[in-house]
Design a protein around this ligand. Sequence first.
Ligand SMILES: Nc1ccc(Br)nc1
Length: 422
Amino acid sequence: MSGTSQGRASAAVAQSKEKSTGKKEKLDLKPPKGTRDFYPEDMRMRNWLFGHWKDVARLHGFEEYDAPVLESEELYIRKAGEEVTQQLYNFEDKGERRVSLRPEMTPSLARMVMARGKSLTLPVKWFSIPQCWRYERMTRGRRREHYQWNMDIWGVPGIEAEAELLSAIVTFFKRVGITSQDVGIKVNSRAVLSEVLTAMGVPADKFAATCVLVDKLEKVKLDDIRGEMQELGLTDEIITKLVATLSIKDLDALEQTLGNGSKALAQLKQLMEYAEAYGFRDWLIFDASVVRGLAYYTGVVFEGFDRKGELRAICGGGRYDELLATFGGEPLPAVGFGFGDAVIAELLKDRNLLPNFDNNKEDKKMKWAFKHAERLGASHLVIIGEDEIAKGIVQVKNLAKGEQVEVEVSKVSDFIAEQLAS
Ligand SMILES: Nc1ccc(Br)nc1
């Protein structure tokens, strides 16, 4: 019996229907609104995607962590008007505690880092793939849960941390066959806006809320949020200067605005140099209008996007050096990103880059090949079928871990050598 009076009432109605018709009310077989079932064929795709995320994380020296899906609501109470805190899946539990399903993983991670404090060996490089939740009015028909690959580096104040995270994102894209023609990564720094607003006398405690409003400009017109900006104390002169800053097209023009002594400018230039050295400079685009929608970002921010402009942001992240301070802890430099499972699945489908996950292809030949590999004690099995030949790749299955990834033909021996060395 359900614990609430409403629950007891609906159970009574169901029972009374059963008594009168002798037939049990048929159970609603759909998952709760905004959530998904994962049948075996869905799990094959999900495990393929997560397998790539885990491989890339480990190749970059990250370790896996996890935290409860249910957290104290206070982790997410922020006063900057973010969408993520206005759509909490929150409630009071039977112990009268205010709790929430996590809408993001970063606050849980910050809590775990703060709990370990100075006993942690820095840098901390941790990853996780949590299911995250929001309670959105279903009028917009959007999902209420998604899985989000999180990669974070703690204890590195320098821009090399951002470069490493961008390397991980690009490495993932390349592994699944996405190129810099398909996807770009917009890069900016909130320090740009911070320098401009500080120079115009805007108090630092208005900065986070201002960035949250600026982020909304991607979807709404300036006049729709001008009132909220004015409520923050931004005059029309400041708003005009702010909007002009968002439209700056390149780092040379940015230098005209900020001057050559700007720390924000120096960091962005340094990041572009690192990107050149890593070999992924062609994936990056400076875009002064990108600020992201989370209140706690303080420095470089970035977001992956499809160049056809048909999808929502693929991934996004940034530096959040002050988050621990907002939890009453000692500040510790931090930077990270989130990468959801939904948009990337749409992109891979649109580009015909999803492998065939039908299990009927495990035909007799495949069964023999796996059996033979087992008899030989092979560590890996390389599969080359019609699909693989058409795409110029091979499937490499790690027989010990059961993970299967696609590898370009020219990189197979290096890939297996790396796997055997790890
Ligand atoms: N934060 C969040 C949670 C769940 C979904 Br779906 N989207 C965003």
